[in-house]
Design a protein around this ligand. Structure first.
Ligand SMILES: C[S@@+](CC[C@H](N)C(=O)[O-])C[C@H]1O[C@@H](n2cnc3c(N)ncnc32)[C@H](O)[C@@H]1O
Length: 209
């Protein structure tokens, strides 16, 4: 399969295949559980989640451990990651690019973590629109933050990692969204470190749902 952007082809191909093993080995369930318990504590009546770029489903499994009856869905471009996702009981999978012209069924919360940073910046507007349309109540963005857009080298590759104020741009675009909470997870945290992630929980106002 050949995709429109070089970034999509990168994740659908060998780099994406090899990432799966790294993701599995560096999986830190306790840090992820701590992070999502803080985020989910700020939500009300979440019964479904869809993750954009779910890889092998580690975040979704943590969310299910915190909310056992939650319905899980995933969008994922990499076929090998999809094969692993299929082993998760009851999950609905959309094996496609987030940039595809499709409309996944809405979920109470839409999660995107470590994925906006890898999207070709020219297509971010399309992804923001899909995040907004797919969210019934909440959008959760967990990415690398920078106040202004920058491109940084990623494992020796250029044009593969972009940092910016993703959540701020979403809030600017959709004025009915409210910022519920946000935070930072430092890699030197003594108990629950993560990769210097920033997280943002946005909520749709009742009138727009
Ligand atoms: C850095 S990993 C993050 C995985 C997961 N969200 C996490 O937090 O562990 C990026 C994931 O997004 C997927 N991805 C990248 N671009 C995508 C796109 N355009 N459509 C769907 N999935 C994509 C990759 O295949 C990979 O699984």
């Amino acid at each position: 399969m050949f995709y429109t952007t070089e970034q999509e082809n990168f994740w659908a191909g060998n780099f994406g295949d090899e990432y799966i093993e790294r993701n599995f080995l560096t999986n830190c369930v306790s840090s992820n559980t701590y992070l999502f318990s803080k985020i989910l504590a700020r939500t009300v009546r979440i019964k479904s989640v869809i993750e954009f770029g779910a890889n092998i489903g580690l975040n979704l499994l943590v969310m299910r451990s915190l909310i056992p009856d939650i319905r899980l869905s995933a969008i994922e471009i990499n076929e090998k990651a999809v094969a692993t996702l299929k082993k998760i009981e009851g999950i609905t999978i959309y094996p496609e690019s987030i940039l595809a012209n499709s409309s996944p069924p809405p979920a109470d919360i839409v999660l995107i973590k470590g994925v906006l940073i890898h999207i070709n910046p020219d297509f971010l507007g399309h992804v923001y629109e899909k995040l907004y349309k797919t969210a019934l109540k909440y959008i959760c963005i967990v990415e690398y933050y920078n106040p202004t857009p920058v491109e940084v080298s990623y494992r020796g590759y250029s044009d593969r990692l972009f940092k910016r104020d993703f959540a701020g741009e979403v809030l600017d675009k959709y004025t009915d969204l409210n910022l519920v909470d946000y935070g930072f997870v430092y890699h030197r945290d003594h108990n629950f470190p993560a990769d210097d992630l920033t997280w943002f929980l946005l909520e749709k106002s009742v009138a727009s749902t």
